[in-house]
Design a protein around this ligand. Structure first.
Ligand code: FAD
Length: 387
């Protein structure tokens, strides 16, 4: 890889590749512990949702590695993930009054009352109603690692080309080309991060072991410095969003049943992030057409919906987690600036539990990708030295 580590990650980031490596080195251990806690390791998604864009009856992935192990053994789950408590979450978000066992559910969902929401402008970059849909299943992310599944061929190529095709803003609009470049980098960085994970946790069919495959990594990511840079770009975007919500998390409380350390873990990680990592103000400057921003939001929402067309359940799970994590980051970066402190606090209060889980897990995925990229670089040097 021919990246100069002392260069800035992008003109919108006042941070070098080397500095991101250093930040990542400092937070990696805490982030791994955080996403392993009971609060952050579960996610809900609808595995049977119909693809909204085309008839997808033709494709499915039959490999065992494509499957998702859904949580069915509810008795062994901690109390706060039991159905009646999750039902409580639905109530907070939707219709009846709230009598939740855990105060944090209210804190995380704020007063997001369904009827009030409809009259508010849409600031979401994904469909947050998906998580409370009655068909959604609960999945333990730690039991379903993101790794090589064998999903590929025309089916995955169709998904990727549809995602890249979303990057098509009205020509001639002010700010259109910068928005287009950011959109492309986000998608390409996601694509490269997924390719890094599947190369890092790859099944060696000769030994039967899951291990890093340097050749595959080079073919998918390492030989394309632009793809590596886009993973760092995404790291900058998500870490800036996390940095930005820190002042508004102070009242966040986790109920007693939760790991008491969760909040201090979060604060430990956030306090080591750097505000210079990404300058979101350069993207949609005041004088730029808000049409481009609306377009950007609608098109990114489509990317999150395209995940329903992915045939491999495991890929769909991680695709949904990560596109939701990016959507949440974009909402924080681009919708938190308008208004006073109180309205900013409200935007953060209305983040749902699933957006928060997706946000931290997406950051962990990028953090792991950066760790793996550095590891692949060492393997490459050893190989080049004839080792
Ligand atoms: P693909 O990765 O399918 O790429 C298609 C084309 O896009 C390439 O030919 C290239 O021209 C271009 N391209 C590739 N990478 C980039 C980039 N970073 N930036 C810009 N352009 C690029 N497989 C797994 O094994 N495990 C998973 O967890 C997994 N998750 C997935 C999640 C989603 C949402 C999708 C759509 C696919 C997932 N896949 C996963 C499949 C995987 O991404 C590849 O599609 C598959 O491995 C086939 O790879 P390929 O070499 O044919 O090229």
């Amino acid at each position: 890889c021919t990246i100069d580590k002392d260069e800035l990650v992008s003109p919108t980031c006042d941070v070098t590749f080397k500095e991101i490596n250093e930040i990542n080195g400092k937070i990696r251990k805490d982030l791994v512990s955080l996403v392993g806690t009971d609060f952050f390791k579960y996610f809900k998604l609808d595995l049977y949702k119909q693809c909204a864009f085309w008839d997808d009856n033709n494709g499915f992935c039959v490999n065992r590695a494509c499957a998702v192990d859904v949580v069915e053994d509810w008795d062994n789950l901690p109390e706060y993930w039991q159905p009646e408590v999750l039902g409580g979450l639905d109530k907070v978000n939707g219709t009846s009054g709230s009598d939740d066992e855990c105060k944090f559910l209210q804190d995380l969902c704020g007063g997001a009352d369904g009827s009030a929401k409809q009259t508010e402008p849409d600031i979401d970059y994904c469909d947050i109603g998906d998580f409370i849909n009655s068909q959604a299943v609960l999945v333990d992310l730690s039991a379903n690692p993101e790794r090589f599944t064998g999903y590929g061929g025309q089916e995955s190529a169709l998904i990727w080309s549809s995602i890249y095709r979303e990057n098509c803003f009205s020509p001639g609009e002010m700010g259109q080309s910068l928005a287009k470049s950011v959109f492309y980098r986000l998608v390409s960085g996601l694509h490269a991060s997924i390719a890094t994970h599947l190369s890092n946790d790859h099944l060696n069919t000769e030994t039967g072991k899951w291990e890093p495959d340097l050749e595959l990594f080079m073919a998918r990511v390492g030989n394309f410095p632009e793809r590596v840079a886009n993973v760092y770009f995404n790291y900058a975007v998500v870490s800036k969003a996390l940095w930005k919500i820190k002042p508004y998390l102070s009242h966040l409380s986790f109920c007693n049943s939760y790991n008491q350390d969760v909040k201090s873990m979060i604060m430990n990680i956030l306090s080591r992030l750097d505000s210079n990592v990404f300058n979101e103000d350069l993207i949609f400057e005041d004088e730029l057409s808000s049409k481009v921003k609306d377009d950007f939001r609608a098109r990114f929402k489509n990317v999150t919906k395209i995940m329903d067309c992915v045939h491999c359940d495991r890929c769909r799970l991680w695709g949904k987690v990560q596109t939701t994590g990016y959507a949440t980051s974009l909402k924080i970066l681009f919708e938190l600036d308008d208004g006073d402190e109180e309205s900013k606090q409200q935007v953060v209060d209305k983040l749902t539990k699933y957006e928060l889980i997706a946000l931290f897990n997406t950051f962990d995925r990028l953090s792991k990708s950066i760790e793996s990229i550095n590891n692949f670089e060492r393997l490459y040097e050893i190989q080049a030295a004839g080792g």
